[in-house]
Design a protein around this ligand. Structure first.
Ligand SMILES: [Zn+2]
Ligand SMILES: [Zn+2]
Length: 222
């Protein structure tokens, strides 16, 4: 939590992303473009803008999350998150900092095209982070029919299941579960409370923070 949410995200990454946004705008200026806004949402009421940002961003993240599972190189980084063997809200805090880089970079361009600013982005990010804590918590809160719309702990635990019938996993939803139902990647066969979590050979995965950070960069023997 201290590294991912404080040192890296709040201090490091915000500084880097300001430079990144500036560099991106300078790059556009080379072509005589001021911005890449393709849709004007600024005239909408604030709640409409934030809701749109939340939904669009969640859909982008669902796609990025699928990529993390499908692309071998990205999976090596995402494995840090899947190395948790017990579910609890702290599981949400465990991920490799490269994930932050991949998510933010792939999210930024489409969201900038809709004319969202970095402030709106930050607000939605904090809200989505809170939902993420909930989805990883050891907490049963049946959502009734709303489970088809919102992700929840009962659904996300199956995303972490060690034994999966599908090669690349299921339940990629971040805040919303609806994308998994629409694109048929939802998987919830039973109550998953005590299922085995992780991946093949998770027992051999390094346990220390530093080793987990460097592991994806190490050359694999196979
Ligand atoms: Zn995952
Ligand atoms: Zn997770």
């Amino acid at each position: 939590m201290f590294f991912n949410f404080f040192l890296f995200s709040l201090i490091g990454f915000n500084a880097i992303s300001n430079i990144g946004v500036q560099a991106f705008n300078d790059f556009l200026a080379l072509f005589g473009l001021k911005n890449i806004v393709a849709f004007e949402v600024q005239s909408w009421p604030v709640w409409g803008q934030l809701l749109t940002l939340f939904i669009v961003r969640d859909f982008i993240q669902w796609n990025v999350h699928r990529l993390l599972h499908r692309v071998e190189f990205l999976w090596e980084f995402h494995k840090v998150h899947h190395s948790v063997q017990q579910m609890g809200f702290a599981a949400h805090l465990r991920f490799h900092w490269m994930e932050t880089v991949v998510y933010r970079t792939l999210e930024y361009i489409p969201l900038a095209m809709i004319g969202f600013g970095i402030q709106d982005f930050f607000l939605v990010h904090i809200f989505a982070t809170a939902i993420g804590h909930f989805n990883h918590s050891n907490f049963s809160l049946p959502l009734g029919p709303f489970r088809y719309l919102f992700n929840n702990p009962q659904m996300h635990i199956w995303h972490h299941a060690k034994n999966m019938p599908y090669r690349y996993g299921a339940n990629y939803g971040i805040s919303l579960s609806i994308w998994d139902y629409i694109f048929k990647t939802a998987y919830l066969p039973a109550d998953g409370r005590d299922i085995e979590l992780g991946f093949k050979e998770v027992e051999q995965y390094p346990h220390s923070f530093l080793e987990q950070q460097t592991f994806p960069f190490r050359k694999k023997d196979s």
